[in-house]
Design a protein around this ligand. Structure first.
Ligand SMILES: *[C@@H]1O[C@H](CO)[C@@H](O)[C@H](O)[C@H]1NC(C)=O
Ligand SMILES: *[C@@H]1O[C@H](CO)[C@@H](O)[C@H](O)[C@H]1NC(C)=O
Ligand SMILES: *[C@@H]1O[C@H](CO)[C@@H](O)[C@H](O)[C@H]1NC(C)=O
Ligand SMILES: *[C@@H]1O[C@H](CO)[C@@H](O)[C@H](O)[C@H]1NC(C)=O
Ligand SMILES: *[C@@H]1O[C@H](CO)[C@@H](O)[C@H](O)[C@H]1NC(C)=O
Ligand SMILES: *[C@@H]1O[C@H](CO)[C@@H](O)[C@H](O)[C@H]1NC(C)=O
Ligand SMILES: *[C@@H]1O[C@H](CO)[C@@H](O)[C@H](O)[C@H]1NC(C)=O
Length: 411
């Protein structure tokens, strides 16, 4: 299959309810819209869709550490710090999250991982430092880089705090999930991100990503399909002020280092004016949603990314760095109808194949990617069914799936 034929076929139309004005509802609406696309578009190839992202209302999990129940001078009060024998990470000192015991099955082989802390969906929220510490303990055994999707529910500060307490070598691309129709989510998350950087410093901050699928959503809302079109440029004109604002606010903080500002979107939805305004672009590239067979998935992903994103970005004068924001393979579907993408199954065996054919090869040829994703997100399954909730390397209870992590160290 040639990547040149992959068009913007992702056009199921606008959100039906204008009252959906915050990122939580945006998420839900967006995932619903994506799912219906998959149901209605029957004959097209090369559809690159993105899967549900950002925030979850997942179940709580037990943990064995008690990071914040320590009698130390810690001022944290955001979590209960209970201990549990069924925790998925042990600590030699229950009060010191940096003493976690490493799991032999986990290999530091991923350039990056896509991560949304559970219960980070505004306004419900309910995330906890303890839970995020467990995540960072596990994630740090797989990668040195994670990316977040949004800045709600204090997730920026909690993740940076967890990195500090676990003392791991992890950098994070913080996120601001802004939307075209309401300026409040932008301002709220921007302030949270800036505040987190102020509190925890820049050492573990790799960038701030402004926008997630903003152009995809704008085009869908306004009957467009082509990002570099009049409608696309109208969307870009709404997104660009937020990118500029974040950059100016960061500059005004006089930080010890310049924090790159980027943008994330579906692989076929980058507008050149947006790319010209960012330091980096993060592109969702999903062989599953393009109905590519598992045998071709790794090659297709790399080819698509090169042809549609890397080459395009290189032709711009600012030459933004491009990353694959999401790529992965689902391990199951909650219904039989979505159990395959046409040629291949959602299965742990196929996730294994995708990891075996993509991860070390992409490391070797210098592709920056964020594997999708850290763990299964039950809220997506509850809301949307199909494969939506089943993309994790870990189950939602933070146990590793029945997979072997490829072994090819990458710093
Ligand atoms: C992908 O395969 C599924 C399952 O067979 C089918 O329903 C869908 O229409 C196909 N989509 C594309 C874009 O070919
Ligand atoms: C944590 O320690 C307990 C008790 O030694 C053990 O049963 C459990 O398997 C350990 N869990 C992990 C994830 O290592
Ligand atoms: C946000 O998280 C930080 C880091 O753990 C914590 O210090 C702060 O109190 C939290 N803020 C709120 C409002 O919970
Ligand atoms: C952010 O973008 C929104 C939507 O385009 C816009 O309403 C708002 O004014 C922007 N805010 C800033 C500070 O750029
Ligand atoms: C880079 O890695 C990808 C992913 O496995 C692979 O498909 C592609 O052929 C590689 N490219 C080069 C130039 O080696
Ligand atoms: C975690 O979830 C998996 C998948 O649902 C399940 O097989 C496993 O038994 C669970 N483990 C624990 C300790 O709850
Ligand atoms: C920490 O991770 C970065 C990548 O983010 C890597 O370049 C660096 O070498 C790592 N440092 C150590 C001490 O492992």
């Amino acid at each position: 299959m040639s990547a040149s034929g992959y068009g913007n076929l992702d056009n199921s139309g606008p959100y039906s309810n204008p009252a959906y004005s915050n990122s939580q509802w945006l998420e839900k609406q967006e995932a619903r819209s994506r799912r219906s696309k998959r149901l209605v578009i029957g004959t097209l190839v090369g559809l690159v869709v993105i899967i549900a992202v950002a925030v979850g209302v997942g179940v709580g999990v037990s943990k064995s550490h008690s990071s914040s129940s320590s009698k130390s001078s810690s001022s944290s009060s955001s979590s209960s710090g209970s201990s549990s024998s069924s925790g998925t990470v042990n600590q030699t000192d229950p009060n010191d999250p940096s003493t976690f015991v490493k799991d032999d099955r986990l290999k530091h082989s991923f350039y990056g991982l896509a991560y949304t802390p559970e219960n980070s969906q505004y306004p419900a929220c309910g995330n906890s430092l303890d839970s995020i510490i467990t995540d960072i303990q596990l994630l740090s055994q797989l990668t040195s880089r994670i990316r977040l999707y949004g800045g709600d529910c204090n997730q920026s500060a909690l993740v940076l705090d967890a990195i500090q307490r676990t003392k791991v070598n992890m950098t994070v691309y913080l996120g601001i999930y802004n939307i075209p129709t309401d300026s409040t989510p932008y301002t709220r998350q921007r302030d949270a991100v800036l505040d987190a950087i102020k509190t925890f410093g820049t050492d573990h901050v790799a960038g701030v990503t402004v926008g997630n699928e903003f152009m995809l959503n704008y085009l869908n809302d306004n009957g467009g399909t082509v990002p570099n079109s009049d409608i696309g440029n109208q969307g870009a004109a709404l997104l660009l002020p937020n990118i500029t604002d974040t950059r100016q606010m960061l500059a005004a903080m006089n930080l010890p280092k310049t924090i790159p500002v980027g943008n994330a979107d579906a692989g076929s939805y980058f507008n050149n004016e947006v790319l010209a305004a960012v330091d980096y672009g993060m592109s969702n590239v999903h062989p599953w949603f393009a109905n590519v067979s598992i045998d071709q998935a790794a090659t297709w992903t790399w080819d698509f990314f090169q042809e549609n994103n890397v080459i395009v970005a290189d032709a711009l004068s600012n030459k933004p760095t491009m990353y694959i924001a999401e790529t992965g393979w689902p391990t199951k579907s909650s219904d039989a109808g979505n159990a395959n993408n046409g040629p291949s199954l959602a299965s742990e065996a196929n996730l294994q194949t995708f990891m075996d054919t993509f991860v070390c090869q992409a490391n070797q040829n210098g592709t920056g990617y964020f594997f999708f994703e850290y763990f299964d997100e039950p809220w997506k399954d509850q809301q949307f069914g199909g494969v939506e909730g089943w993309w994790g390397l870990f189950n939602s209870n933070k146990t590793l799936k029945n997979i072997n992590i490829p072994d090819c160290f990458i710093a």
